[in-house]
Every structure is written in structure tokens, then in C-alpha cells.
Unconditional design. Structure first.
Length: 179
């Protein structure tokens, strides 16, 4: 009995299974990589002064973007809604029971989720920081989660967020001029 072979010399059915297995392994590795790179969240819900309306200025490679961010309590969770200056939604997420959930029909936005997690870290009251983020370091008007975020405060609600690979954010209460 003769078998048609693929370029590898394997029967076509084996080659199809082998290709499917390779694709499955690659997908699993990608999923594990995505899980490993998810931004850390606090161990408990910090006492945030909500609702907040913040101006977020994003800078990367000489480009600047401005956004309005509204953070509000919603039941047991926190809703994060980010819009451009024209009011067009850019990202919406809800933080419920220690995990992010999509809010609305916007496509996933990993950068916004990272920003929201960094802002949650930045807005966590100083006396709750080490309980919620055991690896956090703070002092001298700044705090950091090593290898993840560096926060430098001008005032409690006016600060800069730096990520190791960028971007750089300036955050201030809505209505206050950016320095």
C-alpha cells in the first residue's frame, strides 16, 4: 500500500496532527506568557478617594496623547473609563474581586489595563501600600514596584508614572494645568 507523503516524508494525516500540535503548543505558550506578564493587583481593595476624574498625558517617542480617566465605585467593584479629549471611549474595565473584566464592547487594551493597574498602585494610600503590594518600596515622594512601575509625586493626585520600556504618563486631577 502506498501513502502520499508531505515534504517531511510523513503521511498527510500525521503531518496535519503534528502541525495542529505545534499550533496548540505555541498558543499555550502565548497564553502562559500573557498570564505571566499581567500587571500585579493589590492583595485587598485599597481605600481610594472615589470618584476621581483625572487627566492622563501619555508620552512615548516624542508623541503626546491626552486622555480623561474616570474612576468610580460600582457595587463591590471599581469602574475605569478612559476617553480622548472628544469624549470617545478608549478603554473601559471593571476591577471586581481582584480581576479585570471588560466593560462594554471596546476591544481589549493591554496598555490601558497596565496603566489602570499602575494607577491603582499609585493611588493606594501609603499606610496600605506594603499590605497590598509586599514588594513595593516608598519614600521621599516616590514609590516603586521594582522592574514594573516608578511613581514620582508632586502632590497626592499629581504624579508621574514610568514604565521600564515606556510609555511615560503624567497624571493630575481634571481641571488642573499640567506642569
Amino acid at each position: 500500500m502506498l501513502h502520499a507523503t508531505c515534504g517531511s516524508g510523513a503521511p498527510p494525516a500525521f503531518a496535519a496532527v503534528s502541525a495542529a500540535l505545534r499550533l496548540f503548543v505555541v498558543a499555550c505558550l502565548a497564553l502562559l506568557s500573557a498570564c505571566a506578564s499581567q500587571a500585579p493587583l493589590p492583595a485587598g481593595n485599597p481605600a481610594l478617594p472615589l470618584p476621581l476624574q483625572l487627566h492622563v498625558e501619555r508620552q512615548l517617542a516624542g508623541q503626546r496623547q491626552d486622555w480623561l480617566l474616570v474612576i468610580q465605585r460600582e457595587g463591590a467593584g471599581i469602574r475605569w473609563s478612559m476617553m480622548d479629549p472628544l469624549g470617545i471611549p478608549q478603554a473601559r474595565q471593571r476591577l471586581i474581586d481582584g480581576s479585570w473584566q471588560a466593560d462594554g464592547l471596546l476591544p481589549p487594551n493591554p496598555e490601558a489595563r497596565e496603566l489602570f493597574a499602575a494607577l491603582l498602585f499609585a493611588l493606594t494610600p501609603a499606610d496600605e501600600l506594603t499590605r497590598n503590594y509586599p514588594a513595593a518600596q516608598q519614600g521621599g515622594g516616590q514609590r516603586s514596584l521594582p522592574a514594573r512601575w516608578d511613581i514620582r509625586y508632586a502632590q497626592p493626585l499629581s504624579f508621574e508614572v514610568n514604565l521600564p520600556q515606556g510609555p511615560h504618563y503624567r497624571v493630575s486631577p481634571l481641571g488642573e494645568p499640567t506642569p
